[in-house]
Design a protein around this ligand. Structure first.
Ligand SMILES: *Cc1c(COP(=O)(O)O)cnc(C)c1O
Length: 367
């Protein structure tokens, strides 16, 4: 059996360190806030190269908090990409703004910058590109559009911890960026967790306040906020894991390179591309395959798990039926929806396992 991800292997490799970090929180009974949270926020901001990191309850809240504190709300429009996890778009609606979807760039799976300007109206307030699967969006033209039209830029980095665009870390190029530490993400907690980062001092303070019931100091509520905090136990776990992330990312990239080598030359299979001059962190290794459902069944019969990220592009989900979109509005995203397949990918995956998966794919296509 080859699992899609195996979080247990990672835990067992670092068990002593992780157990000690959790134990320390229990001994100190500081469960909300405190030193562990502060330490992790400081370490993550420093590693990424931003001034502020604000730990929050999850990556979805992070996006909502950023938009809300930028003043986005009813009557506004926010542009994002047609294929992402629903957090990116549902939070736009939660602020009261309208979601405007843009199709994906061929081969890259990220928002197509050439299609954005046609969707900008006087009501547009922000663009949220998603660095999808670990592959960065094409930021230069997006930054230029934001400057030209006076729009805010929020990078959704939930799948892209330390991915790079032309030498710059994902999450350092916009007005704010959001991270998820969902257990299966490249940097994952043992429960829900997330963060929002920024270089803007005033925005950082507002976001920290909003996430903590509108107060920076206990009982001094300057505004009404929400309860979205990073738990101390999760912060302690993340603090330990952050030190190992460079090694884990290198292992993901090594496994991706081996898949690329073993799967090349199969006419029915398109391999994931890494944007030129950029660094993909392979949160997911997504191929595009002919007879995808047949391949998925073949792999399952051989004991290999594979997954769809995601089976339906956002505008075609029932939840967005009210927008009245059809597949023809998003030809690239819709075509990819039938072809995508995420193969097993995790840092602890062994070379022999990558070889078994690749051999099963070759066998399916008779090569
Ligand atoms: C995981 C994810 C989120 C949301 O993160 P949670 O921590 O699960 O709330 C947002 N955007 C994308 C692209 C994601 O993959």
């Amino acid at each position: 059996m080859i699992p899609f991800v195996d979080l247990k292997r990672q835990y067992l490799n670092h068990r002593v360190e992780l157990d000690a970090a959790i134990q320390d929180v229990l001994e100190n009974t500081a469960f909300i806030g405190g030193k562990r949270v502060k330490d992790f926020e400081t370490a993550f901001a420093k590693a990424l190269g931003v001034k502020h990191c604000i730990g929050v309850a999850n990556g979805t809240d992070a996006i909502y908090i950023a938009m809300k504190m930028m003043g986005i709300g009813a009557g506004d429009e926010v542009i994002t990409v047609a294929n992402s996890w629903i957090s990116t778009s549902e939070t736009i609606t939660q602020t009261g703004a309208k979601v405007v979807f843009v199709d994906v760039e061929p081969d890259q799976f990220t928002i197509d910058p050439k299609l954005i300007e046609a969707k900008i109206t006087p009501r547009t307030k922000a663009i949220i590109p998603v660095h999808f699967h670990g592959n960065v969006a094409d930021m230069d033209p997006i930054i230029a559009l934001c400057k030209k039209h006076g729009l805010k830029l929020i990078e959704d980095c939930a799948q892209a911890h330390f991915s790079q665009y032309k030498g710059k870390n994902a999450g350092t190029m916009g007005d704010a960026a959001t991270f998820s530490y969902y257990p299966g993400k490249n940097l994952g907690a043992y429960g829900d967790a997330g963060a929002v980062v920024t270089n803007d001092d005033a925005l950082a303070e507002k976001m920290r306040m909003y996430a903590n019931h509108g107060a920076l100091v206990k009982h001094a509520h300057q505004i009404e906020g929400i309860n979205s905090r990073l738990d101390s136990i999760q912060a302690a776990i993340l603090g330990v894991k952050l030190n190992h992330l460079p090694t884990w990312t290198a292992n993901r990239r090594k496994n991706a390179a081996l898949y690329n080598e073993l799967l090349q030359g199969i006419p029915q299979v398109k391999l994931p591309v890494e944007r030129e001059g950029c660094k993909h962190t392979y949160h997911l290794y997504v191929i595009r395959a002919e007879n995808r459902d047949g391949l998925m069944a073949h792999l399952a019969a051989k004991g290999t798990d594979s997954v769809l990220h995601y089976p339906t592009i956002l505008p075609l989900l029932e939840a967005y039926g009210y927008l009245g979109h059809t597949a023809a509005d998003f030809p690239v995203g819709y075509a990819y929806q039938q072809q995508i397949l995420s193969l097993p990918m995790f840092p602890e995956m062994r070379e022999d396992e990558v070889r078994i998966v690749a051999a099963a794919i070759r066998e399916f296509y008779g090569g």
